[in-house]
Design a protein around this ligand. Structure first.
Ligand code: SAH
Length: 232
């Protein structure tokens, strides 16, 4: 983490750490009480994960566009997902589907996890890869591809985390989890709109818990290459 901060020292000054502390205070007020999660969110420079023009809004309680019709999730939902993940037994190897800006990826790495993350849009994949390298985020492996099939080559994972809403028809990736592992995902198309679902896999069956409503961009099939699309 210290290395991560040293690497970006000149830029960290651009948005004062106090701005980040205000975001953390708001998260605390909203009920986030995992000190490790709050600590990494106080350290990772969220403003670097959005376009320069939006940097001054990076610590507001909103999601923001990151190009290609996608958004960086708002801080509260990221904090909730990370808190649930830690409370689930503090996994070691985590698969994230939907790298997007790479912000949540950086937080997962700062929490000390071995992170595998898949993004389907080449422009986002490339930008996240460059930024995470510049920040020296440790133990992160990124891949350009359709994450709906998981990442068999590196399975099994202790946890799988979807950052995009999963349609009910998609068979969940339980077979890429260790027994006792967990899967956290926004589920689309339920009678109550999108719901954040937590599953605990025992090797044969999954126990489901509904963690309330949420709003994510949809999980989409296939990949989008630079030549297919000229960006935001
Ligand atoms: N946690 C991210 C949120 C990004 S939004 C952040 O902090 O920025 C969700 C991302 O999921 C988008 O970038 C979208 O392109 C990606 N996505 C959607 N469907 C996908 C799929 N099938 N495979 C991989 N990534 C996908």
């Amino acid at each position: 983490m210290a290395a991560l901060l040293r690497a970006v020292n000149p830029e960290v000054g651009m948005i004062s750490p106090r701005t980040r502390e205000r975001m953390v205070a708001a998260l605390r007020a909203a009920g986030i009480d995992d000190e490790e999660v709050l600590a990494v969110m106080a350290q990772v420079p969220r403003h670097l994960f959005v376009a320069e023009a939006l940097a001054c809004r990076a610590y507001e309680p909103v999601s923001l566009p990151i190009g290609w019709g996608q958004t960086i999730s708002q801080p509260l939902i990221v904090a909730r997902m990370l808190s649930v993940l830690r409370a689930s037994g503090n996994p070691r190897r985590v698969l994230e589907i939907g790298t997007g800006s790479g912000y949540q990826t950086a937080l997962l790495a700062a929490l000390g996890y071995e992170v595998y993350s898949i993004e389907r849009i080449e422009g986002l994949f490339t930008a996240a890869q460059e930024l995470l390298q510049r920040l020296r985020a440790p133990n992160v492996r990124l891949r350009l591809g359709d994450g709906s099939q998981g990442w068999e080559a590196f399975a099994p994972f202790d946890a799988v985390l979807f950052a995009a809403a999963v349609p009910c028809v998609l068979p969940p990736l339980f077979h890429q989890l260790v027994a006792g592992g967990c899967l956290l995902m926004p589920q689309a198309d339920t009678a109550d709109g999108q719901r954040l679902k937590f599953y605990r896999w025992n090797g044969q069956d999954a126990e489901e818990e509904d963690l309330g409503d949420c709003r994510f961009v949809p999980l989409l099939p296939g990949t989008v290459n630079q030549r297919d699309h000229q960006g935001a």
